[in-house]
Ligand binder design. Structure first.
Ligand code: MLC
Length: 477
């Protein structure tokens, strides 16, 4: 089955039910079906064929869902771009993904045909609302999700229809999601959390979803009270923000809710406990990656153990390997290697990086963990110096390369620093040349890097600590 055939449970099977609320307008599954059929026809009319890429640089909106489904229905590969990215970051993705077109509501300097969401919807209006017939199997790529790479520029993780399908059917089953749920989605649709978990679980379960353009802590409580969701997915930063909601309001929100899920970054045990007190719910923590979608989850019905990411999801094989390549024993730390139908097909046009990412058919996550006697996994660090801020991944190398391109910087090392709300924030240690001005540097970073990558501060140092091989020893900074 391809994704479209799976989504037919809702698109066709529940066509008269309300599917979506967005900015005060409601849509039935039947309307979602016909809107996306028209856009699918438009893609075909404009020369798209299965395997072509469509880049989408949009905030959460109904048109983004139309475009995603139109891609699913035509075999076009959906390539969402983080809306916080700036020209430099966008150019890299456009060059790498080589799309036939880019859909954006703002001007982007590029040599790819640029369409606006409004124009697409208007042009699609006159086209047939019946679904185009194409033959597509589950191994076909459905999306490319760019993930920050250790090389400084991001790589595209190719996710197939099968990858997304198994992810959604696993989550719908393991988290008991049904058509009776009311699902509030405030996560960005350009990442696998919002797209692969959010949109896909909605379309497979046939529940009613209220989509927000983004999470805003000032209006979040009002959205909860108004929509009365039973189901909510968030990153830890969102749960930290929700701890500021007044106790009576939080209790009310908790009474209507069935399940709160957290992922994309480690959830501090303290946040889990404070949330429990305030909302009366134990947040269910799970573990995933762009390359693997969801791979472990605390049980819905069993013990949700604080500080752990739970058990491997159905179909996911795990091995825990020590640095020497031997299996880690109980209580020992090892790197998580994964195999299963959820694991991506490889990095887009990067055979070497793909080969390096696998060992004996297992994907090497780079995450370190221990396993308890009853099978619960606890993450305990990473092999790389990845920083996760507000649920967004940051590879220090990318910021370091940008800083080193500046004439006033001779060397730079970027490191994560703990932050109560965001988990971590990047800080830059720089060896400077004459003329260095932190305010000017900050401005230049703002112009070229997504806001979550901006160094929180610049620390000027005489030199960077290096080991005998010349490698920077960040732990000494
Ligand atoms: C944040 N900002 C956004 C935005 N999210 N701007 C537009 N659209 C969005 N969706 C910008 C703000 O404008 C601001 O920029 C800065 O980020 C901080 O915003 P804030 O209002 O202070 O936000 P805060 O309360 O801190 O909350 C931030 C957040 C955001 C939690 C809402 O970080 C977020 O949406 N995180 C989700 C990330 C995510 O989905 N990750 C999944 C990756 S998939 P400025 O310029 O004013 O500073 C993955 C795999 C897996 O990892 O397992 O899931």
């Amino acid at each position: 089955m391809n994704l479209c055939q799976l989504f037919d449970l809702s698109l066709r099977g529940r066509k008269d039910s309300v599917a979506l609320d967005y900015q005060g307008v409601s849509y039935t599954f039947g309307e979602i079906e016909t809107r996306s059929n028209r856009v699918a026809r438009l893609l075909l009319d404009r020369g798209f064929a299965p395997g072509d890429r469509l880049c989408v640089y949009l905030p959460n909106c109904v048109e983004m869902i139309d475009l995603f489904l139109a891609c699913v229905k035509t075999g076009v590969i959906f390539v969402p771009i983080n809306i916080l990215y700036r020209d430099r970051e966008i150019s890299h993705i456009l060059e790498d993904a080589d799309p036939r077109a880019l859909v954006s509501q703002t001007t982007v300097h590029c040599n790819v045909p640029l369409w606006t969401a409004k124009e697409i919807t208007a042009a699609a209006q006159s086209l047939s609302e019946t679904r185009p017939v194409i033959s597509l199997d589950g191994d076909a790529p459905a999306g490319i999700i760019y993930t920050s790479g250790t090389t400084g520029t991001s790589k595209g993780a190719v996710l197939t229809h099968h990858n997304f399908a198994i992810n959604a059917t696993n989550l719908v089953a393991c988290w008991s999601i049904t058509a009776a749920d009311r699902f509030l989605l405030a996560l960005p649709l350009f990442h696998v959390h919002g797209l692969g978990n959010g949109i896909h679980c909605w379309l497979v379960s046939g529940c009613r979803m209220r989509l927000l353009e983004r999470f805003d802590h000032r209006t979040a409580a009002a959205e909860f009270l108004d929509f009365e969701p039973t189901l909510f997915f968030g990153v830890p930063t969102i749960y930290v923000r929700l701890l500021n909601v007044e106790a009576g309001t939080a209790r009310k929100i908790g009474e209507r809710a069935r399940l709160f899920v957290s992922g994309s970054a480690p959830l501090p045990a303290e946040v889990l406990r404070d949330f429990e007190k305030l909302y009366g719910h134990t947040i269910l923590e799970r573990y995933g990656m762009s390359e693997t979608l969801m791979n472990m989850s605390n049980p819905y019905a069993g013990e949700r153990r604080a500080g752990t990411v739970g058990l491997p999801l159905p179909g996911v094989s795990v091995r825990l390997l020590k640095a020497v390549g031997e299996p880690a024993m109980e209580g020992e730390t090892g790197e998580i290697h994964l195999r299963g139908p959820n694991i991506f097909a490889g990095y887009w046009r990067r055979d070497e990086a793909t080969r390096a990412a696998f060992a004996d058919g297992y994907f090497r996550t780079g995450d370190l963990a221990t396993r308890s006697p009853d099978g619960y996994y606890t993450l305990c660090g990473r092999q790389s110096d990845l920083i996760i801020s507000g649920g967004f991944n940051i590879y220090p190398r990318e910021i370091e390369e940008f800083l080193q391109e500046q004439p006033e910087v001779s060397e730079a090392a970027v490191k994560g620093e703990p932050d109560r709300a965001r988990g971590e924030v990047p800080v830059a240690y720089v060896v400077v040349n004459p003329g260095f001005d932190p305010a000017v540097m900050d401005e230049r970073c703002r112009a070229s890097l997504a806001s979550f990558k901006l160094p929180r501060r610049f620390v000027i140092v005489e030199s960077l600590p290096r080991n005998a091989l010349g490698k920077i020893q960040k732990h000494l900074l």
